[in-house]
Design a protein around this ligand. Sequence first.
Ligand code: SF4
Ligand code: SF4
Length: 486
Amino acid sequence: MEPDPEPKPGGRRATAPVTESPEEVLSTLTREGRRRWIYPTPSPGRLTNWRRAVAWVLILLYLALPVLRIGGRPAVLLDFMHREFALFGLVFYPTDTVLLMVFMVGLLLAVILFTALLGRVWCGWACPQTVYLEFVFRPIERLIEGREHVRKRRDDGPAGWDKVWRKGLKITIYTVISLGLAHTFVAYFVGWSALLDMMTRPPAESWTFFVAMALTTGLVLFDFGWFREQMCTITCPYARMQSVLLDPDSLIVAYDRVRGEPRGKRSRSALEAEAASDSPAFGDCIDCRACVRTCPTGIDIRAGLQMECIACTQCIDACDAIMDRIDRPRGLIRYTSEREADGLRTRLVRPRTVIYGLLLAGILTAFTTVLSGRDAYDVNVGRAVGEPYTILPDGRIANRIRFRVRNQTRAESSFAVSVQREDGLELRAVGIMPVPLAKGEMERLETWVIADPATFERGVQQAEFRLEFADGSTREVEFTLLGPKG
Ligand code: SF4
Ligand code: SF4
């Protein structure tokens, strides 16, 4: 996009108090439906500085979380293969389905409440799409290919050595970064040490890892190298949900029409004359289009709230810089709400935020209650594969029983199994007891449980087992033994 011409001396009147967007197609498409490449100009300013700081904290966190260990486990691990999930010291196992469901519902409610209050703050400040595109990929592109108008001229021009080496270098650096991001992403699912192990092996030994890595790298490269803002304007489901989640009190980035209209380009002397006038002919917008040129989704915020706006605040910084230059107060484009823009007060407490807040509080209470009531050891008793029972040479009945125990504490432990002697049962372990139980790990113990055939009633007998753990705690479990019916 070519930079707009400077305002001409003498200026001109705005055509209409409020202009609707002349575009009837997405800002990223031409009227013919082809991709319209966006070349947003950077807008240094206080919000961009804050966003950059937040972005780098998030990038460092993203890289560090699979490596950092809390309680002997990665800070975040989503190990679907072994069905084990670690979140900042909390470990969830397959038996924690209810807990995980409550957690997911809580997360969803938190997003809904957050969006109702703060609008698309997530999109503009914390979404990986914005963070990496604006603070990693675009700066590299500017460094290698030059400023926006230079890049556009080169892109529109014929292929040549200058174009080839610059694009080649950019894509090479993008690929290296994408590889780093993809490896970190995979580390969230397999753990860092497993990732390092797979990286050092020949591809044939862990081809699934290489396929996953190649696909993820390709997707990252495709997204940040080419697809870019279309992820927000076309693909992202969260963006599609905004119209339901936002209300007139939600925080948005908006242009102050009352103050800005009628807009019009004019000279500095005309602006100074206006400042001294009680009834200026123009509003504060000088129609310089700096807010449009900086927009990464290519929209004109002056046309009102649009689905494509990711609340990145770049237009705020761009317009504030213009206001400073023309001696007008900052904030012609600012964080506000639709109600505030209409001269009313923004309400934080309103029916939907109260309902979402209450639901979230309920979910958090349920989560804490279920978590605190979770057993230290998850015990599962089952019948081993094979015949339901065996008749021993001395006539007694033997059931092969498997004990599966997971240590859900934060300490090493062990367990031993015994039967109540008065049951007349005998338990023989296949293996050594007590069974060592590392923290977070699950171990199996197979046993033979031998019973007198006379103790069976209609082919069944209820047995009671006692598990003793290294920390002194015990657990009783019942299990039905099978035997001959006659
Ligand atoms: S940057 Fe500000 S002054 Fe310039 S066109 Fe946008 S709203 Fe108007
Ligand atoms: S309109 Fe402003 S806040 Fe919205 S995406 Fe464009 S630059 Fe960002």
